[in-house]
Ligand binder design. Structure first.
Ligand SMILES: *Cc1c(COP(=O)(O)O)cnc(C)c1O
Length: 389
């Protein structure tokens, strides 16, 4: 079976992990801050907080920006559930902004209209989480402008977008946001097995996230409150936090994977270009690039039309699975998940995301995809179109 994505692990990665295992620390030693500076240096942010997943990073990012009961967080329905559940973990409300049918990211027009409507009702969001779907950056300058007008904070969910750029700005530099979150799950751009990171340029936010990932504990004497001068206090828990720490072993893998990132990006972009070329004649829509932006190509989602053959996407999905190509679907819109239906969202709430979901199919794209596998996928896709007509 050819997967839709998978990790790329070198002998050098294995060596780095083995060395970490022999080190003095297994959790939060020197490699975690080293990994953090590697990421912030790469992205051009001032700070980075590494944690055990992007989901955890989104959670503490929301807490660090003060999200709580009564507040609203808005995000894209065309994403993984973690983009939205971070709000619920803080006791806040979640709502969605429908996507545009060009970039499949949140639509700026819909966002603007929804902000005007929410302003009248007094339900403006405290936080917006734009998701750089498939690696294609959202229109951050436009979103940032709206945040200044309506006063919301921005957390970029860049789980797909390590290495993506727009107008020569790196995603993760937080030029147009308060915090950016990346995932290091094995299918993402680089991996730490499980892991995530939050970048920011705000020292207070960084400190708060560092504290929240480790039980809300501080070792900074200036922040300590209750110490009796007769006691020796090494640390104080000053707020409610979690154990979201990343281990030295995971950081060792991440640090070493960073050496391959530009190679990974080149390969992914090369595969995308070859798909664009090979699939050009088929009746489907290939991913488009916004002018001035460079996608990391975490995913290569195509859109197939039901006008061509009734129930075509499903037939194509089954056909490709049958010939051993594990095509995938990104995403079942979050608001259609049974849990979100239970908390009040309905079919039809975000029609573009639903339409997109019914027609999309993600083709395999990852650094270790061989030329033989690529040719096989293209051959089978073309064959499917001939047979299913
Ligand atoms: C993968 C992913 C996440 C969650 O990442 P984890 O590291 O698995 O927690 C969140 N948002 C998006 C868009 C993702 O693709």
């Amino acid at each position: 079976m050819i997967p839709y994505s998978r990790q790329s692990i070198s002998d050098d990665d294995i060596k780095a992990v083995t060395e970490a295992l022999r080190g003095d620390f297994l959790t939060q030693g020197p490699l975690v801050p080293k990994f953090e500076s590697e990421i912030s240096h790469y992205c051009g942010s001032s700070y980075a907080t590494a944690v055990n997943s992007a989901s955890s990073a989104l959670h503490i990012a929301c807490l660090a920006l003060g999200l709580g009961p009564g507040d609203y967080l808005w995000t894209s329905p065309n994403s993984f559930v973690a983009s939205a559940t971070c709000a619920l973990h803080c006791g806040a409300h979640v709502d969605f902004v429908d996507i545009d049918m060009e970039s499949f990211n949140i639509s700026i027009e819909v966002l603007e209209a929804k902000l005007r409507w929410a302003e009248q009702r007094g339900t403006l969001p405290k936080i917006l989480v734009p998701v750089h779907f498939a690696g294609q950056p959202c229109d951050m300058p436009a979103i940032y402008k709206l945040s200044e007008k309506y006063g919301f904070k921005i957390i970029e969910d860049a789980s797909h977008a390590l290495g993506s750029t727009y107008d020569d700005i790196n995603v993760g530099s937080c030029r147009h946001s308060d915090i950016t979150v990346f995932s290091f799950h094995p299918v993402k751009m680089i991996t730490t097995c499980e892991g995530g990171i939050a970048t920011t340029n705000n020292n207070e936010i960084a400190e708060r996230m560092n504290r929240l990932r480790s039980h809300g504990i501080t070792r900074d004497p200036l922040l300590m409150t209750s110490h009796s001068h007769n006691e020796i206090w090494n640390y104080e828990q000053i707020e409610l936090g979690y154990n979201f720490r990343l281990s030295e072993i995971h950081a060792a893998l991440g640090l070493n994977q960073m050496k391959s990132l530009s190679k990974f990006l080149d390969i992914r972009r090369g595969i995308a270009k070859r798909y664009d070329y090979q699939l050009g004649e088929l009746p489907l829509i290939t991913p488009r690039q916004r002018l001035g932006s460079q996608s990391s190509y975490h995913l290569y989602p195509i859109l197939v039309s039901d006008e061509f053959v009734n129930n075509y996407r499903k037939k194509l999905y089954n056909f490709m699975q049958h010939v051993g190509v594990n095509v995938n679907i990104h995403y079942i819109p979050i608001h259609l998940q049974p849990y979100f239906q239970k908390i009040g969202f309905k079919v039809g709430d975000f029609p573009n995301a639903e339409r997109y979901f019914r027609h999309t199919l993600s083709l395999p794209i990852y650094p270790d995809l061989t030329d033989e596998s690529f040719d096989y996928i293209v051959f089978q896709l073309k064959d499917a179109f001939r047979r299913l007509q």
